[in-house]
Ligand binder design. Sequence first.
Ligand code: NAG
Ligand code: NAG
Length: 373
Amino acid sequence: MDQNNHRVFVSFIFMMCHLILFTCSIFAPQQAEARAFFVFGDSLVDNGNNNYLLTTARADAPPYGIDYPTRRPTGRFSNGLNIPDLLSERIGSEPTLPYLSPQLNGEALLVGANFASAGIGILNDTGIQFINIIRITQQLQYFEQYQQRVSALIGEEEAQRLVNEALVLITLGGNDFVNNYFLVPFSARSRQFALPDYVVYLISEYRKILVRLYELGSRRVLVTGTGPIGCAPAELAQRSRAGECAQDLQQAVDLFNPQLVQLLNQLNSEIGSDVFIAANTNPMSFDFVSNPQAYGFVTSKVACCGQGPYNGIGLCTALSNLCPNRELYAFWDPFHPTEKANRIIVERIVTGSIEYMNPMNLSTILLLDSKKT
Ligand SMILES: *[C@@H]1O[C@H](CO)[C@@H](O)[C@H](O)[C@H]1NC(C)=O
Ligand SMILES: *[C@@H]1O[C@H](CO)[C@@H](O)[C@H](O)[C@H]1NC(C)=O
């Protein structure tokens, strides 16, 4: 009892400290406590940019967001929080606002921004069926524009520092397979390239994107590989006979991820610093995909929200089957993990061993960077 009271008191004090820091940081933005956070990529990390676009790749209708703190859809492709939200939590920040949000103004800019857009890939021709989405080159142009806006707010030097000290997350590649090469049989890209050559091409294009991120001032960049896309309910529904993961897609993942890690190592040695950190999301997710019960899931094959075999056909809408308890499912919709699964992934990003995080995990990064300032 006593100890409980003590704990409540301590957490109260702790909360007050946070409030005070928060208040201070509003009035003295250059001393903001948490580092800024920037997010680039696809639907796995989109916080709602596509809500502002004419596209079918949107998640701003129920039941999306059913477990979000507001219980409302936000544009996140999840029942609740997504990976960037959980990373924001870990660095002590508010969730990143979508760059297109009208609320991203003034002091809110100092928290960072989310440039991600569902449907995009490394290549410009990935996701063309979604029509109006923010391709990666455009995301990088918005990042430049963002920096000009922050410079106008706190001066060029401080803005530069904010960007240099920020944490960056980029998630790309899955759509270049799912929504391009393997989208239809005999797709243009699959007629142009054998799979191994396509992967080499993707990696060479990804290199340019990462170099540009560095040129724009990024100095700590988490780069996720692609997850086990062949095991997503959508692929099981379309390509699997007995619930086994789709082999061609898993082969793509097995080619792509190691070459990505190699690319990041190369870039780091050229730069002479560990700027790029590989977050190997394939083994992170494969653990609970191959052994869901060990993680408290009843299944990793059936999506919580959807229809048809494995709930893997079509979109998740108000008319879909919906599971009552999202904690028991690894996949929320035919392609995207539940908040529960995202938490497992983020835990590995923060504390994972070298098998998951190369050359180091986020807790090590945060520790190293806190010593610098
Ligand atoms: C993709 O489009 C952008 C902008 O239109 C262009 O600058 C870039 O070179 C294109 N990338 C490729 C690989 O064609
Ligand atoms: C990851 O984080 C843990 C602490 O949570 C640490 O003990 C471990 O050494 C780290 N591993 C790597 C590879 O950085």
